[in-house]
Design a protein around this ligand. Structure first.
Ligand code: PLP
Length: 429
């Protein structure tokens, strides 16, 4: 279905070319649980491998169930094409590695998920790729950290624990001027924000969170906006503009031209995904398609409940500070209003006056909230980042990402607000 003029609520159900299964007319998307696909002829097989036509070869590289998810999420994000992967971590790694070689660098916001920080700071350093962390409060920090070997910028739309919305348009503009694409992790705000519409070149998600929505499956996805001019900045992107020895000398910006503005994402699929093998299973793709169908509805409820929780906590005598985009002022509030539409997300942070001990006691006393290292579930979740998700960071790194001893992160679910507030109150007592 052409979705350009359609709203998110419609795209999540109808986005992309799938209408019914071509073999059986089934309306629900079938789980194509197959490793491989029979070629029509040797000529057909040759054309597929030569990328003269796109089609299924082997499920490590593509699969019809994944393809429906990819088309729907590409439409939702306003992008040209997408690539489903085994996890959000795989999406972050491949999104950067697709254009970064040993000896290159990229500039990343300090406000990112702890696991991404570790991947970029430590694991990617072992590959010779340098991550330069900068404070996104001043977008110009990205410009200052850029040199001739800078291949991309990276940020999170609504990073926890700070929950200060990233200056997407501001950093994208700096990047466009210098020929550096912005990659946005939009995990925390599907539907609420489309970073590509604000100038980001690439968006990615951990589909594990809101898109799945039910805490059942791990997955990730990268969306190519299709409007970054990789050829114009050929010096910066030799990996897309010079012969690639890993695919019989293909020059991606040229080889892919007849197929559309998808050089970046097609290269990621047929080289990195082919080699690394971090494929999303067809079953998980099916689960994410189910989750996607109610995503817009759930996001509305997550946002309404989170706003009510933030208000309630801000009046509670045991709470020192509430961190929520709608309660910020100045530039942080302006960015929240500029980039989030329809709500301020489902995450709420707060600091207990009693510090670390009070934080631990509070979490142990919760009855409805689950104590888990996850966000975006339909159920309400809580965690103490200093001792869990951010514990592998040094004290200084924790401080930079906004984690303090008494900080508690809530991922507000879609239960009735009275029951959510009731559980928080009894645990605070
Ligand atoms: N990005 C963000 C914002 C996350 O919160 C997470 C996981 O918590 C990830 C990426 C990594 O995703 P996954 O757990 O699916 O690998």
């Amino acid at each position: 279905m052409p979705t350009e003029s359609k709203k998110a609520e419609t795209i999540v159900l109808h986005g992309g070319s799938y209408r019914a299964d071509p073999a059986t007319s089934a309306v629900a998307v079938p789980i194509y649980q197959t490793t491989s696909y029979q070629f029509n002829s040797t000529e057909h097989a040759g054309n597929l491998f030569a990328l003269k036509e796109l089609g299924n070869i082997y499920t490590r590289i593509m699969n019809p169930t994944q393809a429906v998810l990819e088309e729907r999420i590409a439409a939702l994000e306003g992008g040209a094409a997408a690539l489903a992967l085994a996890s959000g971590q795989a999406a972050s790694l491949i999104a950067v590695q697709n254009i970064c070689h040993a000896g290159d660098n990229f500039v990343c916001s300090t406000d990112i998920y702890g696991g991404t920080w570790n991947l970029f700071q430590n694991t990617m350093a072992t590959m010779g790729i340098e991550c330069r962390f900068v404070d996104p409060a001043d977008p110009d920090n990205f410009r200052r950290a850029t040199d001739a070997r800078t291949r991309c910028y990276y940020g999170e739309t609504l990073p926890n624990p700070k929950l200060a919305v990233f200056p997407i348009g501001e950093v994208a503009r700096i990047g466009r001027h210098l020929g550096v694409p912005l990659i946005m992790d939009n995990t925390a705000c599907p539907v609420l924000c489309q970073p590509i519409r604000h100038g980001a070149a690439i968006t990615l998600h951990s589909t594990t969170k809101y898109i799945g929505g039910h805490g059942t499956s791990i997955g990730g996805i990268i969306v190519d906006g299709g409007h970054f001019d990789w050829e114009k900045h050929a010096d910066r992107f030799p990996m897309l503009n010079s012969p690639d020895p890993s695919y019989h000398g293909a020059v991606w910006t040229q080889a892919v031209k007849p197929l559309g503005p998808i050089a970046y994402i097609l290269k990621a699929r047929v080289t990195l995904l082919r080699d690394v093998g971090a494929a999303m299973s067809p079953f998980n793709a099916f689960m994410f398609i189910q989750g996607l169908e109610t995503l817009a509805l759930r996001m509305r409820q997550h946002c309404a409940n989170a706003s009510a929780v933030a208000e309630h906590l801000s009046r509670h005598p045991k709470v020192g500070r509430v961190i929520f985009p709608a309660m910020m002022d100045g530039e942080a509030r302006r960015r929240a209003d500029a980039y989030l539409k329809g709500g301020y997300g489902g995450l709420v942070g707060f600091e207990l006056k009693g510090g670390r001990d009070a934080g631990g006691k509070f979490i142990d006393a919760l009855k409805i909230f689950y104590h888990v290292a996850n966000i975006g579930d339909a159920r309400s979740l809580a965690i103490h980042p200093a001792t869990t998700t951010h514990s592998q960071l040094t004290a200084e790194e924790q401080h930079k990402t906004g984690v303090t001893d008494g900080y508690v992160r809530l991922s507000i679910g879609i239960e009735h607000i009275d029951d959510i507030v009731g559980d928080l109150d009894q645990a605070l007592r």
